[in-house]
Design a protein around this ligand. Structure first.
Ligand SMILES: C[S@@+](CC[C@H](N)C(=O)[O-])C[C@H]1O[C@@H](n2cnc3c(N)ncnc32)[C@H](O)[C@@H]1O
Length: 263
């Protein structure tokens, strides 16, 4: 095992915020695993982080599930740990940069004079694409991906309404929205996607109980309703899911680039 030296991971007076990946334990990064091994205190998002990743923690590690805690309680635990000279790790699902609610934690820790470092993780958007077996960017079909969500209890700025984003007809990866799938489909159609557009809904990608429901905008709501998926799902939308695009120039025989002369 190639371990990251502990002193490179945990700097004094610093909290580590890490992405624990989408679910499967072997999709932890090596750095996240090393951070778990070395931690004295772990606060993990128990609603989505696979508790099996905690098997890497030492027997003396104190572990908190943040699912039942407020921001204030989470921050208090982390500040106390750092002040006692402990190695404190906050574990988020997927990659912390997507809907991780980390800004508010970083700000509160900074107010207490504590810095944070972030370890990236495998986001559910990429785990879902892998499980469906698709590339989200297909030449001449879609070269952009919009990562977004519908408004729920957390509002979304009006200028980012799904109907407006849908006007690009690019690939979209939609988090936190499966509970309102029928409304979402209506907005995507109103925005201009044809009803033949492929859609994949991936529930708990890479977990043992993963489910994938594939269809088009015309029938996905009905199919998902039958499967009883109403949470923890990634919604991938766009023609790129059809895999019917132009060939990439990168591997075209006549195309020269820094690593190969075209023939
Ligand atoms: C609070 S967000 C956290 C996202 C996370 N930071 C990430 O990068 O995947 C939770 C939402 O992410 C998506 N999600 C997280 N893990 C998932 C998984 N294993 N399979 C499918 N969707 C997942 C779902 O849309 C879920 O409602």
């Amino acid at each position: 095992m190639i371990a990251t030296p502990e002193n490179e991971l945990y700097k004094p007076g610093t909290v580590l915020l890490a992405g624990a990946g989408p679910g499967a334990v072997d999709l932890l990064t090596l750095r996240c695993r090393d951070a778990i091994v070395a931690a004295d205190v772990i606060v993990y998002a128990g609603s989505l982080v696979n508790p099996a990743v905690l098997d890497y923690a030492g027997s003396d590690c104190v572990i908190y599930d943040s699912a039942g805690m407020t921001l204030k309680e989470i921050v208090t635990v982390m500040i106390a740990g750092v002040r006692e000279g402990k190695k404190v790790l906050r574990l988020h699902t997927g990659d912390p940069a997507m809907y991780g609610a980390i800004s508010e934690q970083i700000n509160a820790l900074q107010e207490a004079g504590i810095d944070c470092e972030i370890i990236p993780g495998v986001s559910s958007v990429f785990a879902a694409a892998a499980r469906v077996g698709v590339e989200l960017t297909l030449p001449e079909v879609s070269q952009s991906v919009i990562l977004t969500r519908r408004a729920g209890r957390t509002p979304v700025p009006e200028r980012e309404a799904i109907v407006d984003l849908a006007r690009h007809r690019t690939t979209m990866a939609i988090f936190l929205s499966v509970a309102a799938l029928s409304d979402l489909v209506g907005e995507l159609l109103e925005g201009g996607y044809p009803d033949t557009t492929p859609v994949a809904v991936v529930y708990r990608a890479t977990w043992p109980d993963e489910k994938i429901v594939a269809g088009t905008l015309a029938d996905i709501a009905r199919r998902v309703a039958k499967s009883a998926i109403d949470r923890q799902a990634m919604i991938l939308v766009g023609e790129a899911l059809s895999r019917q695009g132009a060939l990439s120039r990168l591997y075209a025989g006549e195309f020269s680039h820094g690593y190969r002369v075209g023939k």
